[in-house]
Design a protein around this ligand. Structure first.
Ligand code: VG1
Ligand code: CO
Length: 559
């Protein structure tokens, strides 16, 4: 069928038509799939062109024949999720996939997608999500493709998809009524079996294999209290099922657990700014022992104790420190730890103490896949509230919550006590990320262009409370396939061990977002982060001349 010439709306089989479509500009997947304004996605042919381009790009790997391939489909439930799933179904059947598995109701978290692809040995999956970005007709939508190891498509695949989007001229469409995805079951359309499956099943089994559910059940029975904020994304049902039903946590443990198309008008982003309700509850005098939140598609997490916030870099370090002892799935120890380059070096010190390697990768989960497939690392994390392990190939928000729950259960310490014990032993990396959103794209690009050649000359210059020891634009060479990713972020290493990283976001949908990452190490662990990092923040503002270029000095979001 791939050899068919593009003839206007030509009928291929009885119900399959090759529908003419023109290429859309800008369908290049970013850090995590194609992310655009919802209205852009809703243009006639837009989603169809991208999905068909993905299939065209992937067709080569199955010698032009998808008849033995299983495609998994699901999303975070945001506005346009249902319509997009219907379109994907019609196109997947039009492309003669052997089997399409659709999550019941169309709701599937990103980590559950990864688990399903791996357990069902699927060819790949399409996740409909713009992650933590708001949802709604005036907000954001997205689609990402995951490959057969369960992880995000690597760059060579996304680039091939992009090439196809630039010269697409038709897509294959199976004509039928909307397919009912509300009930589990199987139905055949043309040569494709469509299976509606329970989105909670595989993921729950996987978690029960990694964690000691009996011990956790006992822990709740003994009076341990936690709250989990589903932020009206896709994870509420997973959390309610596992925490309240399987582990016996009281009803009401899960907040905002019902998925909503607009996430109740909020950012489904688990950080101190957007999960303000949860933060307030964790500061109350009767606060529970643990507070946690996940983003809309369930791959991000935030961990809170009573009056304490655990920064993602610290969370990764603490999980790595305790995993072998307190989590059955890791009892044989860790092969290594990986973190994205801007993420704090807290995990590096744990890796050193465990005598295991630490890997530093560009931003984006796709870079961890090769390391995990080759058994080089077991746990990985990003400063952007992402933590995970080799149980799947995506970051896993709820897994991180179960890790903390297991650590608290095993140590019988409070979140604050676990954290101070860690800092006491390893010292503390004070860390902040400053985001400047909605910047003029060309001015932001120009800033990076100007900065790059000036980097070598920065060595030896005063910066913050120290001096610049090295400055470069990070180039990553994958240790497994030796692929090279240049321009992964400008980084300054200071003589006192502090680090500053600047890069432009690859997930935004409007203008440019500049991210500035600040890190300073100290043995004293009871200081205020903002105060500790103020000298670095001031110097970086000067270096980037933010006021002059963007008429801005203060970041929009600090996390
Ligand atoms: C951001 C984060 C990055 C994360 C990506 C996807 O990318 O910085 O660490 O992997 O979002 O996260 P960027 O290019 O905007 O900095 V999510 O939860 O979308 O899947
Ligand atoms: Co996400």
């Amino acid at each position: 069928m791939c050899n068919i010439l593009p003839v206007d709306n030509q009928t291929i089989t009885q119900n399959i038509t090759a529908v003419t479509v023109n290429p859309f500009a800008g369908q290049r997947p970013g850090t995590s799939g194609l992310r655009k304004k919802t209205r852009e996605f809703m243009q006639p042919g837009y989603l169809e062109a991208f999905v068909q381009s993905a299939f065209n790009a992937l067709r080569g790997s199955v010698s032009g024949d998808f008849s033995k391939s299983t495609l998994v489909v699901g999303g975070d439930g945001r506005y346009y999720n249902k319509e997009a799933i219907q379109k994907i179904l019609h196109i997947a059947i039009g492309n003669e996939f052997g089997r399409v598995m659709v999550a019941r109701g169309g709701l599937l978290s990103t980590p559950a997608m990864s688990a399903v692809i791996r357990r069902r040995k699927a060819f790949g999956g399409l996740v409909l999500s713009a992650s933590h970005n708001p949802g709604g007709i005036e907000a954001d939508f997205g689609i990402k493709y995951n490959v057969s190891n369960g992880g995000p498509a690597p760059e060579d695949v996304t680039e091939r998809i992009y090439e196809f989007t630039q010269r697409i001229n038709h897509y294959y469409w199976f004509t039928c009524n909307d397919i009912d995805i509300r009930q589990e079951g199987k139905q055949t359309y043309a040569d494709t079996e469509v299976e509606i499956f329970d989105p909670l099943a595989d993921y729950t089994v996987l978690m029960s294999e990694l964690f000691d559910f009996d011990a956790l059940r006992e822990f709740f029975r003994g009076g341990f209290r936690m709250i989990f904020d589903g932020m009206h994304g896709s994870t509420g049902p997973y959390a309610a099922h596992i925490l309240e039903q399987q582990l016996g946590a009281p009803k009401g443990t899960v907040l905002n657990g019902i998925p909503l198309e607009d996430f109740a008008g909020k950012h489904p982003d688990p950080n101190l700014v957007y999960a303000a309700d949860l933060v307030r509850r964790m500061q109350a005098s009767d606060a529970p022992d643990l507070g946690a939140a996940n983003d809309a598609d369930g791959d991000r997490n935030m961990i809170l104790g009573r009056n304490v916030f655990i920064s993602p870099g610290d969370s990764l370090a603490v999980i790595a420190e305790h995993a072998a002892r307190y989590i059955p799935g890791y009892r044989n120890g860790l092969a290594g730890i990986a973190r994205s380059m801007p993420t704090s070096t807290a995990a590096d010190r744990v890796a050193k103490s465990l005598s295991i390697p630490i890997y530093e990768t560009p931003t984006g989960w796709k870079y961890f896949g090769n390391l995990m497939d080759a058994d080089l690392c077991t746990v990985c994390g990003e400063e952007s509230f992402g933590t995970g392990s080799n149980h799947i190939r995506e970051k896993d928000g709820f897994w991180a919550v179960l890790c903390w729950l297991s650590i608290l259960c095993g140590t019988r310490k409070s979140v604050a006590e676990v954290m101070s014990a860690h800092w006491e032993r390893f010292g503390r990396s004070y860390f902040q990320r400053h985001d400047y959103e909605g910047l003029d794209l060309s001015a932001a690009t120009q800033m990076s262009e100007e900065l790059r050649p000036s980097l070598p000359a920065l060595t030896g210059k005063d910066f913050g409370a120290s001096r610049i020891a090295a400055a470069d634009d990070f180039t990553y060479t994958d240790p497994v396939d030796h692929s090279v990713t240049p321009r992964a972020g400008i980084r300054l290493a200071l003589e006192d061990g502090s680090r500053v990283v600047c890069r432009l976001s690859g997930t935004g949908t409007q203008g440019a977002t500049l991210r500035v990452y600040l890190e300073r190490f100290s043995r004293q662990y009871d200081q205020d982060s903002s105060r500790m990092l103020a000298p670095l923040a001031g110097s970086v503002r000067q270096l980037l001349r933010l006021k002059e270029r963007f008429h801005r000095e203060d970041p929009d979001v600090i996390t």
